[in-house]
Design a protein around this ligand. Structure first.
Ligand code: FCB
Length: 443
């Protein structure tokens, strides 16, 4: 038994980023456009009309960023690989310069004693593939397998854990149903096809990881938003359960060897024409760990989402609700049999208005957020939830998709004019947590 706020020996601490959000250098060294480059150019798509063309310029500053991570004592770094940098046409020839970048990054991380945790797909599909149907086409899942092979063949000797996809729910839902993300389509029907092809890509990619890197572990990263009904009225409960199916169960159930939530699939009229014989077996091939991202819960009623008054919210309006993380971890423990869980993203965009005399951000609210969530994680572990690590979203302030550069999630502030990095108070606090493997109690 560990005391409150203490973590087991070997618990892995780190931070996460993704390629399009930090790398910049979108035209450099043979990278081709991704769906996000295209989407950002669409008027009105991004709140502040910005894009990831420079972002944090991590592509040219990765060595310094690794030093920064080392100075914080990070033990693991989750980043994503940009498919259009590595296989610019989506299929076919690899781009050696793109691969060289990740090769150097991995070596720097290992030299600094930081475990590299690459994710193969964090939303930046090569535009060339979208031109041929994107995630509405089964061919994209096959292309993902070939791309996986290229990356694993080059880096696989140094990677202990691969993740295939980041948050297929968001790719399918925001990209194809609501249109708030690239490629900006708006069709419930398209969302079903996209979700299946994404999971299929995971399955095909996993096969390649298994054959090329049998010594590595493999994962997929899902986001979870626990759903509460606003009341016990049957219509509210039904609406909450429908949302839970679409957002939380839709991906984990097929991965766990079950089916897509069939009541919701039927009610929404999905004919499953994309699902071929054998697909579900492929999708449910065993993984070694499940990555999970947690930010908020949802409160839902028959008429849609409900914004509870007087609850704490981050600067994107998401409710801050640490107990839902503990509840999520216990639900996973009870309903599924994945051997291990890694919290791949948790964090908050907050206003970051206060500074000390040296100008560095004093983000007591972010420290409070991390502390409250970590205390939930420590409790859940003490309760038998097999959580092996925690990665803060995010290492750096970065390009927050449709929200542009407004929301700041970083432990480290980035000045987007000078591109200077300045650790916030939370970075120093987190370094201390890592050094002690312990979160101080509140109050
Ligand atoms: C997650 C994404 C990540 C970041 C955070 C805030 O859904 O995986 O890229 O945008 O949200």
């Amino acid at each position: 038994m560990t005391a409150a706020g203490e973590f087991p020996e070997g618990f892995r601490w780190g931070a996460a980023t993704s390629a399009y959000q930090i790398e910049g250098a979108v035209d450099s060294d043979g990278r081709s456009p991704s769906i996000w480059d295209t989407f950002c150019a669409r008027p009105g798509a991004i709140i502040d009309a910005s894009d990831g063309s420079t972002a944090c310029d991590h592509y040219h500053r990765s060595a310094g960023d690794v030093d920064l991570m080392a100075s914080m004592g990070l033990q693991a770094y989750r980043f994503s690989i940009s498919w259009p940098r590595v296989v610019p046409d989506g299929v076919g020839a690899a781009n050696p310069k793109g691969l060289d970048f990740y090769d150097r990054l991995v070596d720097h991380l290992l030299e600094a004693g930081i475990t590299p945790l690459p994710t193969l797909y964090h939303w930046d599909l090569p535009q060339a593939l979208d031109d041929r149907g994107g995630w509405l086409s089964r061919e994209t899942a096959l292309a993902f397998a070939d791309y996986t092979e290229v990356v694993v063949a080059r880096l696989g000797d140094r990677i202990d854990t691969w993740a295939t996809l980041n948050e297929p729910f968001v790719s399918a839902n925001h990209g194809y149903v609501t249109g708030e993300h690239a490629p900006g389509q708006r069709s419930r029907r398209a969302g079903f096809g996209a979700s299946h092809h994404l999971l299929l890509a995971h399955g095909f990619g996993l096969e390649r990881i298994r054959s090329l890197a049998p010594h590595s572990r493999a994962a997929i990263v899902l986001n979870f938003t626990p759903v509460d009904a606003v009341s016990d009225a049957p219509a509210d409960l039904d609406a909450a359960s429908r949302q839970d199916d679409l957002e939380n169960l839709w991906y984990i159930e097929p991965l766990a060897g079950r089916d897509y939530p069939s009541a919701t699939a039927d009610a929404l009229g999905w004919d499953r024409s994309e699902v071929h014989d054998g697909d579900l077996a492929l999708i449910s091939a065993p993984i070694d760990l499940l990555g999970l991202n947690y930010y908020t819960r949802a409160v839902v009623g028959a008429d849609g989402p409900v914004d509870l008054p007087h609850v704490p919210r981050n600067s994107m309006g998401w409710e801050i609700h640490p107990p839902s993380l503990g509840r999520l971890l216990r639900w996973l423990r009870d309903d599924y049999e994945f051997a291990s869980y890694l919290i791949c993203e948790n964090g908050a965009p907050l206003p970051d208005l206060q500074r000390d005399a040296t100008g560095s951000v004093i983000d007591a609210d972010r420290i409070g957020f991390l502390q409250d969530h970590l205390l939930e994680v420590a409790d859940a572990i003490a309760d038998g939830c097999p959580v092996e690590g925690y990665l803060v979203w995010s290492l750096l302030d970065n390009f927050e998709w449709a929200w542009g550069y407004g929301p700041t999630f970083g432990l480290v502030e980035v000045d987007f004019e000078s591109l200077e990095r300045r650790p916030k108070e939370s970075a120093r606090w987190y370094a201390d947590v890592i050094a002690q493997n312990k979160v101080p109690p509140t109050g």
